[in-house]
Design a protein around this ligand. Structure first.
Ligand code: ATP
Length: 248
């Protein structure tokens, strides 16, 4: 694997033997005779972010995972904007609305407001616990870009994530997997392990590479530059109609 090109939190030594073996609940999703395995757990995706604003990097990357993994649903969760934290460019309400508009043509992508409506800091661990309680028997996959994955050591109770979900890491231009990235013992190259078990594995997906970031989008918005190829049309219309580019 290539060397990481940007600064990241250093990996921390964890006792990975404490991660339970993912429950092998069922055989392959598609059996050798072509029939599907009905007792297979569903695969539910959890994709959190600030989405300030959502852009085609988020949408195209996550959409490319839908069929690669047979996701039943991937939930997109904009974070909240707690009063004591640095404000986001767009409000939590607007960020949620823009997520809804961005995914309106994708039946298996759904916006989820459990973080944005909370009004408190959104911690990934709390979101994972909430989803696990909602979907006790399904496979859960927390989806993150490579930059976010590499920064997880340092997030609240990050060592517990794999107890609740798998992690699927999406490629992101400028970020390569480091040889010493955390969780090496839990990495699998076998998709079946994600599909057939409920939690506990890390998979580096071969997702679409899209070189867009919200930071650059916000700069372009302030400069009045064209964003047609970087943000879904309905989101651009929303920003224009509500004149949200006037935010500072
Ligand atoms: P910012 O520039 O403000 O940091 P961002 O573009 O990184 O924003 P976030 O909302 O912070 O967007 O990211 C949410 C999740 O989406 C993170 O897991 C991040 O790694 C992932 N992500 C963002 N942009 C891309 C992209 N172009 N390709 C793949 N993953 C991405």
């Amino acid at each position: 694997m290539a060397l990481l090109r940007r600064t990241i939190a250093q990996p921390v030594s964890i006792d990975w033997t404490s991660i339970p073996n993912p429950g092998e609940k069922c055989g392959p999703r598609i059996l050798e005779n072509g029939e599907s395995c009905l007792s297979q757990p569903d695969l539910i995706g959890i994709f959190g972010g600030t989405f300030d604003p959502i852009h085609n990097g988020h949408i195209n990357s996550v959409a490319s995972l839908l069929d690669e993994f047979y996701f039943k649903t991937i939930y997109l969760l904009p974070s909240s904007t707690p009063p004591h934290r640095a404000p986001t460019f767009f409000t939590a309400e607007d960020r949620l609305k823009m997520v809804e508009l961005a995914i309106e043509n994708y039946a298996r992508l759904k916006a989820d407001d459990r973080e944005s409506r909370s009004g408190v800091v959104s911690y990934t661990i709390d979101t994972l616990i909430s989803f696990r309680s909602q979907f006790p028997d399904d496979s859960l996959a927390f989806i993150a870009g490579m930059d976010a994955f590499l920064q997880m050591p340092g997030w609240k109770r990050w060592q517990d994530y794999l107890h609740y979900a798998h992690i699927i890491v999406m490629q992101r231009p400028g970020y390569d997997p480091a040889d010493d990235a955390w969780g090496q013992d839990c990495v699998t190259v076998d998709k079946a392990q994600i599909l057939n078990s409920t939690a506990g594995r890390i998979y580096y997906a071969d997702s679409m590479l899209v070189d867009i970031s919200s930071t650059v989008i916000r700069k372009k918005l302030k400069a009045g530059q064209n964003l047609d190829s970087e943000i879904p049309g309905p989101v651009i219309n929303y920003i224009r109609t509500k004149q949200l580019y006037a935010h500072t």
